[in-house]
Write a protein that binds this ligand. Structure first.
Ligand SMILES: Cc1ncc(COP(=O)(O)O)c(C=O)c1O
Length: 377
């Protein structure tokens, strides 16, 4: 129940144990086609250009940046946690001019702030993280795609810990490029990074004046293996078992339906917060509209947080996590990057997002807080 990987669905683990097919054999190419089809549903796009990058979420991140930016071009990075910081680092390595649009951990960006930055810098790419898992912030994308179009900017969104857990309408919202990860709301093992480009984004890649600096992640080559351009040729050995897993994960998503899946994530988030609040715990993210349902962040450090209540001294967050693991077999995580030592993080994602698991998390919190005399036994 940490911020990922979530437990994998047993159906997905079973799919992953099936015999290997050759990575260029027609039956396997059909499985790749079905993965692409499932991803279209998941991203809510009609774009032909979906695939699963071979690697974890970072592979998707690096693939998007390496292909969408040429040396000397500008990227504005919405940076409100560890992922924005990493994108700044990565884009710099590929020779981009990086504008680090930083805001406090625990906050999202308003459309007005994003518009001002894009109008000022006219970047080739605007990066936003829909679900900031180091802070538990949900970034609204309302109006952002349209604003980017007006300014000739591509909108790139990280959905590693949000895709499948919260709404995403890539086409309707004008999101040009998205990457994600397999191990969070999709309930598969880590190792696959779903990615999507729309026509605008693909055109940008095809009109590059310079070669993509990464051979392994070059979408001219990887896209060809996934059939984006008509023919299909070998680029690297496809991750056969991983893509069986992803195909099964996408089938499970389609069986439940996205609306039902998003509602399930919302419901367990509410259930958990009802319980946590009854113990006197509070969300790290002050604005209710900014709270991410998939990765929940809970104030853990003694002291006062903004306008919120003060957390009493004497609560040892790490001791609570250790007790949860030792006694309940439940992973509760601490903070990361800007939130290290300040919060607990509880993931409610995919296969794990169910009421019984929330009850277990609440029992572990209750017990941990009682042991530390924060709650009466
Ligand atoms: C929002 C977000 N982006 C990117 C990543 C990186 O993904 P990975 O660790 O799978 O490479 C993570 C991982 O936790 C994440 O939560």
């Amino acid at each position: 129940m940490g911020p990922g990987p979530a437990n994998a669905d047993p159906r997905i683990l079973a799919a992953q144990s099936l015999p290997l097919l050759g990575h260029m054999h027609p039956p396997f190419l059909k499985i790749m086609d079905e993965v692409q089809q499932g991803l279209r549903y998941l991203f809510q796009t009609d774009s032909k250009y979906t695939l699963c990058a071979s690697g974890t979420g970072h592979a998707g991140m690096e693939m998007a940046i390496a292909n969408l930016l040429e040396p000397g071009e500008t990227i504005v990075v919405g940076n409100n946690g560890i992922w924005g910081t990493r994108v700044c680092d990565m884009a710099g390595r590929f020779g981009a001019k990086v504008v680090n649009l930083q805001t406090e951990a625990g906050k999202s960006f308003s459309l007005a702030e994003l518009t001002a930055a894009v109008e000022q810098h006219k970047p080739a790419v605007l990066f936003l993280c829909q679900g900031e898992s180091s802070t538990g912030v949900h970034q609204s994308l309302a109006g952002v795609g349209e604003m980017c179009r007006k300014n000739g900017t591509l909108l790139l969104v990280d959905t590693v810990c949000s895709l499948g857990g919260v709404p995403m309408y890539a086409d309707a919202w004008g999101v040009d490029a998205i990457y994600s990860g397999s191990q969070k709301c999709l309930s598969a093992p880590p190792g696959g990074a779903p990615l999507m480009l729309n026509d605008r984004a693909l055109q940008k890649v095809q009109n590059r004046k310079t070669k993509v600096r990464s051979y392994y992640l070059d979408l001219h080559l990887v896209g060809d293996y996934w059939g984006w351009y008509g023919s299909r040729s070998y680029h690297h050995t496809g991750m056969v078992s991983m893509w069986y897993a992803l195909r099964e994960a996408l089938a499970i998503v389609a069986e439940e339906g996205l609306d039902a899946m998003w509602a399930r994530h919302e419901a367990v988030h509410k259930q958990m917060w009802d319980g946590l609040r009854s113990m006197g715990l509070e969300p790290f993210v002050e604005d209710p509209n900014d709270r991410l349902v998939t990765v929940n962040t809970i104030k853990a450090r003694a002291g006062c947080y903004g306008a919120g209540r003060c957390v009493p001294a004497g609560v040892d967050w790490a001791a609570l996590c250790k007790n949860a693991m030792d006694k309940y077999n439940v992973e509760i995580a601490g903070g990361l990057g800007p939130t290290a030592g300040k919060i607990w993080r509880v993931g409610l994602m995919g296969y794990n997002a169910k009421p019984a698991n929330v009850e277990l998390v609440l029992a572990a919190f209750r017990d941990g807080l009682q042991q530390q005399n924060y709650l009466k036994a």
